[in-house]
Design a protein around this ligand. Sequence first.
Ligand code: ADP
Length: 365
Amino acid sequence: MPRLGLRTRLFLSHLVVMIVGLSTLLTVGKLYSPRLFVLHLEKMEEGSGSNLLTLFRRELMEGFESAWSRGALWSVAIGGTAAGGLSYLVAKRIMQPLIQIEQVTQKVAAGHLEERLPSSEIPELNRLALSFNRMASNLEGVEQRRRELVSDLTHELRTPLTVVEGYLEGLADGTIDPSTDIYQRLAKETARLRHLVNDLQELSQAEAGYLPIRAQKLEVRPLLVSLMQKFSDQLLEEGPHLKLDCPADLPPALADPERVEQILVNLLGNALRYTKEGSITIRAWSQTRQIWIAVIDTGQGIATDELPHVFERFWRSDRSRDRHSGGTGIGLAISRRLVELQGGTIDVQSELGKGSIFRFSLPLA
Ligand code: ADP
């Protein structure tokens, strides 16, 4: 049996209601009105005692019947047309937005994620349109980030691959003599690729929220002291010196020790990389239900117009685009995600040639 469309169903249901209503009216009217009319006439005949009414009775009855039938016919015709027309309009008004919804969902499914549903005057359909539009813009955002990631990735992978390819071809056709220096350069580029792949894995997990965060009561000071010791070994005589500025009675934070260490290693690594002389200070303090940890350096700094980009993945300032600095531009993107996953925020203040302050917050335990 063919399935009826919503428009036909709505129309038929209105029609059935109308037919039932009209036929009830007609049946009841047909059955009762003539009888009531006859009863009235008989009463009038008895009351007046004249035969005059008996004479006209047949004529009156016929007149009444024909007037009733004509009235009924007109009301069926006018009522039927009006009800039919109205139910057609109602069905159309409900159907139109539904057809539109169907068309838009098909377009979105086909990849046109910028399509949106217009608002509807029917509240239920309006709510449906709103949540559909929200879903579509989320999908659009995910798709855009995916595209950006793929294009950034290809860009990042191409450079070391081209370098490695160039050296290998030169070695193969004898235009480059094999030397320790060449092999070291090759090893450096492959190490860069490995570094990039590791960072990417970490970043994709962090962005997708898959990195497990085991938040616990964390004493920040001992962690900072042990980090200071680790980093002191990397410092050269003439390089910057490390300082710790952390009160002994700093309250504990609610955070994952491993992740906090990862963030600090990132920030300290950057500070070391971009600071030739002066100092690098780790400062910690508590402030309204939060703990703040800052890494303050007196290094090369970041230009004001570049500051909004530092936490974007793959972003490096032009001065650090130099491959030999070893940066991938992913470290700060991961750090930001890790801070956010633990319920904190991260920000930066910097002045070119003077130094930078990267600081992040963690909730108090
Ligand atoms: P990278 O691995 O390149 O250091 P990051 O995401 O950690 O990647 O940093 C992104 C960019 O931000 C760096 O390339 C550098 O240009 C800039 N930057 C980060 N930290 C500092 C800092 N302490 N001083 C100056 N510039 C910095």
